[in-house]
Design a protein around this ligand. Structure first.
Ligand SMILES: [Zn+2]
Ligand SMILES: [Zn+2]
Length: 599
């Protein structure tokens, strides 16, 4: 259903009613009858939930409350606040590339896509309510002067590959969720990076508009080098300004540096979220968009405070259907979810109960046994501040023993780097690392090396001690998924699609991921994926064998109705078409967990 929501960056404060009306006036036929059917099923489930809540006995309620309290304690015990997780999201990516390559598009509302579906719109177009996932002809009604540019996916994937190489310098295990979204764990890099870094910057000015980034105000002439020449593209005067930019230590500075390097390399801006896990980092990446970053402290209270007023729809994996179910319990924000958690066992499956509670607490999905993001194991303990080295030695021994136990349990044989973390009575946090020539495997080694680090801090008044083992070595040497694997998989996919490709750098990449319910490939954008998963959840209530394609009839004025088959995404890849022929669908329960596990 194309109801309008303004979740997208740059779209708040629009005249929603007007936009919704235009959309309604331009869609009809089977599309709206499907929407009604869909709404009916949501309504049925909603009244089921309400009935369950009304008919629950006092005993049932007490049982549910106790159960959720225990679950919460269990989940809290596993909360990991030791990581620095970053989500990088390119700003209006496809549109930004087209604007970079054609200066005339920078000052007009424009979108990338076709009359059937838009994939990205620039910020000028968003002011008119034009957004991704919207049929192009409707967007023309909202914004008659909209310039529509056809997508060039091989170009977009080439640019993606360029900046993903920067990300790899900060995390060799970076996860590319899609062409414009990356998940980087900078924890180890932040620890290692103890010195500031000075990088060269170049910016363009002059009559030539071909190159990005541009200088915004005339730069002051001190410490700046100026180079003027004729632009090889447009033959106008091109001025290049060179100067230095300094980046400090700590995660915020490092993320600023990553964003700077992406812009210098590609001329494109991105936004970033920094938090204790990727689920939170993703939410944060939307807060200072475009060209900004937002940090959420690794602190339980701060995290809960941040989530309190957050609308549930902003959380990855909660689509329209889950939203409707939760709203029937008067849950609108993540804070409401936490307040009403005791009601979940009365209405939802155990899997859903836990994943909703995890969301409410700001915890990522359940770690799977093959969790490729796990790169370190750590234990830390807080005590009353002391500089008494005997007490510290005893605490240290206990921490090492617990760490060794955790290591055994998690199928890890050892790690290459050992890190000692100290919080002083002044609340300053220090980390000290050591990478011995051999892999650290035994309790003796852990104690020996971390003690070596602790010895150097003798005399300091300490209130927290932690030991971390990183660069882990796994029992079966499970290979983690690197960016190289990511691209290789994509290569194989395209190869099997018989796409002719002579140049290795010129691969046409369909950016898709399998739907957790039907297994079909869906375009890898949160809103399109959510839309598709919603359809699949609704279809599961049906007696049919599994999700079928949804027929959308779109009526245009003065034209014959055009029938489009869509499955929620806009791109019909060859691969998907072959999958459509397989009508067997696996019935799985989609949870937020399964969504985040994939990252
Ligand atoms: Zn030029
Ligand atoms: Zn599906």
């Amino acid at each position: 259903m194309l109801t309008f929501n303004d979740n997208k960056a740059g779209m708040t404060g629009l005249d929603k009613q007007k936009i919704t009306k235009i959309i309604e006036e331009n869609t009809s036929g089977s599309y709206s009858s499907f929407s009604k059917k869909q709404q009916q099923r949501i309504d049925e489930k909603v009244s089921e939930i309400k009935n369950r809540l009304e008919s629950a006995t006092g005993e049932e309620r007490q049982g549910a409350e106790l159960f959720m309290k225990n679950l919460e304690n269990k989940l809290e015990a596993g909360r990991d606040l030791s990581r620095d997780c970053v989500c990088i999201d390119m700003d209006a990516y496809f549109a930004a590339i087209e604007m970079r390559d054609n200066p005339a598009l920078r000052t007009v509302p424009m979108a990338v896509g076709s009359s059937a579906m838009l994939s990205t719109s620039n910020y000028l177009a968003r002011r008119f309510g034009v957004r991704a996932g919207m049929p192009g002809f409707i967007s023309k009604k909202l914004c008659p002067n909209l310039t529509l540019v056809p997508g060039n996916y091989s170009k977009y994937s080439k640019v993606s590959r360029q900046f993903s190489e920067i990300f790899m310098e900060y995390d060799g295990d970076v996860g590319m969720m899609s062409l414009d979204e990356a998940y980087i764990d900078v924890t180890d890099y932040v620890t290692m990076r103890t010195k500031k870094r000075v990088l060269k910057r170049h910016r363009y000015g002059g009559d030539c508009l071909c190159w990005l980034p541009r200088v915004t105000d005339p730069p002051d002439s001190e410490n700046i080098e100026i180079d003027s020449s004729e632009c090889p593209k447009c033959a106008k005067t091109r001025i290049i300004y060179y100067d230095d930019v300094e980046f400090g230590v700590g995660r915020e500075e490092i993320v600023r540096e990553i964003r700077f390097r992406v812009e210098q390399l590609t001329g494109l801006t991105c936004s970033a979220g920094i938090a204790a896990n990727f689920m939170l980092a993703k939410i944060c990446s939307d807060f200072n968009k475009p060209n900004g970053q937002f940090v959420l402290e690794n602190d339980r209270e701060k995290i809960l405070e941040f989530l309190e007023e957050l609308p549930i729809r902003k959380v990855g994996g909660i689509g329209r259907v889950s939203e409707a179910h939760l709203q029937s319990m008067e849950i609108r924000t993540v804070g409401d979810m936490l307040l009403k958690k005791a009601l979940f066992p009365l209405c939802f499956s155990p899997l859903a109960q836990e994943s909703f509670l995890r969301t409410a607490l700001g915890l990522p999905g359940r770690p799977s046994s093959s969790d490729h993001r796990r790169k370190s194991i750590s234990v830390e303990r807080t005590f009353s501040p002391t500089s008494d080295f005997k007490i510290l030695i005893a605490e240290h021994a206990e921490i090492c023993r617990m760490l060794e136990e955790d290591i055994r349990k998690s199928g890890v044989t050892g790690g290459k780097t050992i890190t000692l973390k100290l919080k002083l009575s002044s609340f300053d946090v220090l980390t000290r690392s050591l990478t011995p020539s051999e892999v650290v495997t035994s309790l003796d080694d852990i104690e020996k090396y971390s003690m070596e680090l602790l010895e150097r801090e003798r005399g300091k008044e300490i209130r927290l001690l932690g030991v971390r083992l990183s660069q882990l070595v796994f029992e079966e040497e499970k290979k983690s998924k690197t960016i190289a694997d990511f691209w290789n998989e994509k290569k194989q996919q395209t190869a099997s699609e018989d796409v002719m490709s002579t140049d290795d750098n010129d691969i046409i990449m369909m950016d898709t991921r399998p739907c957790p319910i039907c297994g079909e490939d869906v375009e890898n954008r949160l809103e399109i994926l959510n839309f598709h998963v919603d359809e699949c959840i609704l279809k599961m209530g049906d007696t049919s064998d599994g999700p079928d394609l949804i027929c959308v009839t779109v009526e245009k004025k003065a034209k014959k109705p055009e029938i489009q088959k869509t499955s929620g995404g806009r791109v019909q890849s060859k691969k998907r078409k072959t999958q459509e022929q397989k009508t067997v669908a696996k019935r799985k329960v989609a949870t937020i967990d399964s969504f985040w596990k994939k990252i």
